[in-house]
Design a protein around this ligand. Structure first.
Ligand SMILES: N[C@@H](CCC(=O)N[C@@H](CS)C(=O)NCC(=O)O)C(=O)O
Length: 314
């Protein structure tokens, strides 16, 4: 029996999901040496509130107080075979910058031969009229470090002394958790699914232990790694547990991870970046190979605003 994969071009013969590399990886720099100088009002983010990778860039833009410097437009969470689309609706809108109907138009404007999957997030340059980058990893760093002239925020999510350790933990979390839920959810064989799901929960168990004695992953202050983990944790019980069959445990069953999730969620400005309506409708309706009926579950009941008890950890 052949099982149809959600993204057939990114499926190994063994049934593993192998994510495509990012297509555009140019950089905005404070000194302009890259050809894309940092500036206020020049760059625009195209995002989906549903997407964890896009969510990371939304969070850095928020934490670094760059909302007046870098514009943002969100796509419709429901994606059909034409890809991400700009339409009016709750939490999403038409594209006031370029008048694109589909995000694909930004990709073909940048590379007329673009043949890969069209993904969010995208940073668009309104001067040269092309995509600078669609790599959320790179975009997090750019927003953190290159626009400091336009913000009063002293926050540094990638501090010099921790970079090596941050890179290392980012890789562990990406492979086992961020992409781990997708590897479980998009697997098309029992063995591949089981391997991915087991790895995921082993990693969550390790992170649970790490967070027993530290408020954040690296101690008393959060860094980019915390927000990279957050975007998966906040979606976990609502979509990955059911839709992606990551159901050994829920995040609410982990005392430290759940307190940590609440703590991050209650950080100034963050709750308004979490849109459960978009998150749930996107996954359950768009991945029609996994959920052919498109029915969106009504649960879970989840209170992220309750006490987190984490301030006692230095
Ligand atoms: N660029 C991201 C991946 C971004 C990504 O895969 N976004 C998804 C949404 S969560 C997407 O846009 N998918 C479009 C599609 O599958 O057609 C990375 O660094 O891994």
């Amino acid at each position: 029996m052949t099982v149809q994969a959600q993204f057939p071009d990114e499926q190994s013969t063994a049934g593993e999901f192998l994510r495509q590399p990012d297509a555009f990886r140019r950089s905005v720099t404070a000194d302009g040496s890259s050809g894309f100088p940092a500036a206020a009002g020049r760059y625009h983010l195209y995002v989906s509130w549903a997407c964890p990778w896009a969510h990371r860039t939304i969070i850095v833009r928020k934490l670094k107080q760059l909302e007046h410097v870098i514009g943002l437009t969100a796509v419709d969470p429901i994606r059909d075979e034409r890809g991400w689309a700009f339409r009016e609706g709750p939490g999403h809108s038409h594209d006031a910058v370029n008048g694109f109907q589909f995000l694909r138009e930004a990709y073909t404007a940048t590379d007329p031969n673009y043949a890969g999957r069209v993904t969010v997030p995208v940073l668009w340059d309104t001067v040269t009229k092309q995509i600078v980058s669609n790599s959320d990893d790179d975009l997090m760093r750019m927003l953190n470090g290159e626009f400091n002239r336009w913000t009063d925020s002293p926050l540094d999510l990638y501090p010099e002394g921790l970079r090596k350790d941050i890179d290392e933990l980012n890789t562990f979390i990406y492979e086992n958790v961020n992409d781990g839920v997708y590897r479980a959810g998009f697997a098309t064989s029992q063995a591949v699914y089981e391997r991915a799901a087991r790895r995921l929960f082993q990693a969550l168990d390790q992170l649970e232990a790490r967070l027993a004695s530290r408020r954040y992953l690296f101690g008393s202050m959060f860094v980019e790694t915390d927000w990279r983990l957050f975007v998966t944790l906040v979606r976990f019980d609502a979509v990955y547990h059911g839709h992606f069959k990551c159901n050994v445990r829920r995040i609410v069953d982990y005392p430290n991870l759940f307190g940590y999730l609440r703590d991050l969620y209650q950080t100034d400005g963050i709750a308004e970046t979490v849109n459960f309506d978009h998150i749930k409708r996107h996954y359950y309706i768009t991945h029609d190979d996994i959920n052919p009926t498109g029915i969106v579950p009504i649960g879970p009941e989840q209170d992220l605003t309750g006490p987190h008890g984490r301030a006692r950890l230095a």
